[in-house]
Each structure stands twice: as C-alpha cells, then as structure tokens.
Design a protein around this ligand. Structure first.
Ligand SMILES: [Zn+2]
Length: 315
C-alpha cells in the first residue's frame, strides 16, 4: 500500500492531519459513524463519507510497515493473493480495456495482480509500493518494483499505457492528488483503473459501521456520485465506466451475527483464503448459480462490495 510522506497541515499536538471532503473539498459535514476511536463524517455536498482527522502513522507509512509481516506476508494472505481466482474479475475487466502495454500498479503489495497478467497479453509490468517486505516478495515473482511513495516519484522512462489502484485510494489522505499524479504519468488516452470500497454496497447498507471494512485505516468511502465528482473536479479525465464488483456473503453474515470494532489480521487473512477455496469447491456448484445471480444483480444496482472506475486520460 502506498503511503504519501507529505507533511502539510500536520497538527503536532494531536499527530493528525485535519482535512475537508477529499472528493469535493467542501468542509460542511455531519457525523455518520463512530467506531472504536475513529469518527467518520458525511459530506453535506457530495455525500462522501470520510475520516476528518487522519493519524500521521497512516500518512507516513509506519502503520502499514508494522503490519507487513503480520498481515501482508502471512501465509494465509499470500496464498489468498496468489490464488488464480483472487484477481479473476480484475484481470477480466483490465484486459478488456488494456490488451497490452506498459503497466504500473500503484500499491502493488506482493504483486498478486501483476503476476497473472502475462497470461492474457504482452505487458511490461512495474509495481510501486513503500512496503519493502511486500516488494521483496513481488520482485521474486519477476516484477520490476519501485520502492518510493507515489506522489514523490519522478520516473525518467516513457509514459505508461495504464495505471491501476486496487484497494489503494481508500487508504490515502489525498486520493485526488494520486489521480492527478497518475494523469501526469500516462500516455494521452492512457487508462487508469481504480477500485475502492462502495459506500452504497449492500453490506454497508445492511450493517453500517458493523461491517468489518469500516475501519480506521479506510479513510475514504466513495459512492459512484462522489467518485465522479472528484474525477470531474480534478479534470483531465474521461470517465469510461463506473461499475461494482465482488460480494462476500460470508463476511456479511459473520459481521451481522458478531459485530466487532476490529477483526484480527490473522482472521481476515484466513477468511480470504477460505473464500477462494469455497469459490472453487465443486460441491457448492448449485449454490454458485444463486451466488453468481445475486452478484450480477448487485453489480447492476451498483451495490456490490467495491466500486470500480475506468478513466481515460484526455489527449
Ligand atoms: Zn464532498
């Protein structure tokens, strides 16, 4: 996961950065959830939900570096990320928009998304992250890695044909700055694909803050409307498509029955691995028909777990 290091606006007393709505820049908001010590507000202008006071450890990367070994490099998480079924939907969508070319995956972690791409086309792969342990793992998969914060990186080579942010922008203080930077690194007509948690997902509609992915390190919760608003405000992009994907009924049921302020990393990683196993089980074929139908209805309603936007850099 990428962690910008800029330090503007730091409140030294509380070690937090205070901010207004990252989508539209308005500061009028109402309280939406309080979970553990974190307060989430909703923008009165665009409806985005966000954390107003961002702890410095999320911005300078300390929080994620501490968790690299326990979560990102745990055996269960690695098995889950390297399972061919894990990025199936992402690969399908990606290759529809980007059949070949120079690809940059920002927040590439251990390289789960990139390592599968050569199966689908001729790609030149680069992964960027600041988690050194995760990048070592990605490098072992044959991926060229950049060990710098995205906003500070100044590459010298040719521009990219596509840049991806899979589950990255919900973690960063300034998601708009990430998209602005991405535009500067893409060829004219280059594609940017981003995935973020969906504020209007069935899970959040049913569970609110009981949903496990309403968590301190998720600073931003976009609706399709708020996401479009941010993209239009930044300028320089055409929105090609906004859709939603992924639905995990096991998480929904577990969190409904046993809501907790925090789910331990080990348990989250185990469940990710178990979910992949269930998806492949032949015993569950009849259930999968129902599941696939439900997921496709949720996708059509923009109510699946994550929002995905495909953006094209204006030439
Ligand atoms: Zn707003």
């Amino acid at each position: 996961m990428d962690k910008p290091k800029q330090t503007n606006g730091i409140d030294a007393t509380h070690s937090v950065i205070e901010r207004s709505c990252p989508a539209c820049r308005e500061s009028r908001s109402i309280e939406r959830w309080v979970k553990a010590d974190t307060r989430f507000v909703q923008c009165e202008s665009c409806g985005m939900v966000y954390v107003t006071e961002v702890p410095i450890s999320f911005v300078n990367g300390e929080f994620y570096e501490d968790r690299t070994e326990s979560f990102y490099l745990s055996e269960d998480k690695l098995q889950s990320d390297y399972d061919p079924i894990r990025f199936q939907r992402e690969w399908k969508l990606f290759r529809r928009w980007v059949p070949s070319g120079r690809i940059l995956d920002v927040g590439c972690s251990t390289g789960g998304f990139l390592r599968g791409l050569p199966l689908f086309g001729s790609y030149d792969l680069t992964g960027l992250d600041v988690s050194q342990g995760a990048l070592n793992m990605a490098e072992r998969q044959g991926i060229h890695v950049i060990r710098e914060p995205f906003l500070e990186w100044e590459p010298s080579g040719p521009r990219f044909d596509a840049i991806t942010f899979w589950a990255v922008l919900e973690h960063v203080e300034k998601p708009d700055a990430f998209l602005h930077k991405a535009a500067s690194l893409l060829q004219p007509d280059g594609i940017c694909i981003l995935l973020v948690p969906n504020l209007h997902s069935l899970a959040i509609r049913c569970l609110g803050s009981r949903y496990r992915y309403i968590m301190a390190e998720h600073l931003n919760y976009f609706s399709a409307r708020a996401l479009r608003r941010m993209v239009h405000r930044i300028g320089g992009w055409e929105v090609e498509e906004v859709t939603s994907m992924h639905f995990n009924p096991v998480v929904l049921i577990k969190d409904a029955l046993r809501p907790r302020s925090e789910v331990p990393d080990a348990e989250r990683a185990q469940l990710l691995k178990k979910t992949n196993r269930l998806k492949k089980s032949p015993l569950l074929t009849p259930l999968k028909v129902v599941y696939n139908g439900l997921e496709s209805v949720l996708t059509g309603l923009l109510a699946a777990d994550n929002l995905v936007a495909v953006l094209r850099r204006r030439s």
